[in-house]
Design a binder for this molecule. Sequence first.
Ligand code: SF4
Ligand code: SF4
Length: 392
Amino acid sequence: MNRPLLSLQNCQTYDQAGVDVAIRRLLEPLGSISNFVRPGHKVLLKPNMLSCKDPGQAATTHPAIIEAVAKLCVEAGAQVFIGDSPPSIFGRTEDFWNRTGFATAAANSGARLLCFENDDKQRLSFVSNGRELAVYATRHCFDVDLVINLPKMKTHNLTRITGALKNLFGLLPGLAKAQWHKAFPRPIDFSNFIVDLAQQLPCHLTIMDGIAAMDGQGPSGGRVVNPGVLLAATSPVTVDIGFCAVVGLDPAEIPMLARCRELGWGPVTLQQVEMAGTPLAELKFSDYRVPKLISTSFIPEWLLNYGRRLAWAGPALLPNLCIKCGRCQKICPADAIEISDNGATFNKDRCISCFCCMEVCPVDAIEMKTSVLLGLIFKMRGLKRKLRKRKN
Ligand code: SF4
Ligand code: SF4
């Protein structure tokens, strides 16, 4: 059986001319853009537009990547659309487009920007975590001939990474996304949901922006690092396996990829992938910090029931930064936030540790904190893992 193909390309710059060349090279092993786009096609580009931030903050897909891909599609004779739905739009969508550079990318390439919030939705029915679900996705992704997924290489406090699979969650418009966090508060269940949902959504090609990436407390307030890599594959699973390989993560420790393995969707390990382009050895990035899994699955049930306050991981305020805008309160699916003169306060009894508040905070005034006991459990697990590695 043919192994899925993963294309890797070294690229250290967001200089547009350099990115244009790198994207062309990246797509060559996959048959170039003409293998996907035909004259007259409608193509939807789905970048990550998580928050209203400058491209240099690495919270969003860099506009140079969007522009390069859009220009290739236009050259191939397609009508191109660029669209995403951030966790919630506070303020005008145009402000997001301008600040992230998406508006410039669209103007320079001839693409049209779409706002999923205002348009028709398509109902999807499927089972996830043993429940029958009705989920509404933007109709745009079903109305086009081709969806090109353009994720950013980032960490995520809840799911550990937010790459190709998780980027498709943005095809669900608006505030509904926060409610799915409430429906599946455990990181493992939420990760299962993301994968089960991704299987229902069209995605023909994925190109990941890892030139600059975010690690630490992603997906919004982490550290900007520079792996200098672009990844492409037809399957988002293959790209996320490649993401893990570049930053030295074991795919088995990423719940979304563990779910893919359960479903038999895509490759399980890098050994099952055929690689092309820049050799992986030249791209390995050693200093990538990934949040621990805040999984309750390893905490005994009695501790969960009686000691939730003791074994707790959740948001904490950096009071000096808080501008009391109230966005965190509006997005919180658990109604766990109050805003006073001192800024935001978090009700630990209500909080489901989804970290939606962190994602929408415009000034990164929220950080993740763990209780002493949970910190100790993390340390013990880290120690165990090190010992296991040494043994092997
Ligand atoms: S924590 Fe952030 S989102 Fe919440 S009120 Fe303060 S500044 Fe706004
Ligand atoms: S306080 Fe923040 S982390 Fe807790 S439930 Fe609300 S949005 Fe999620």
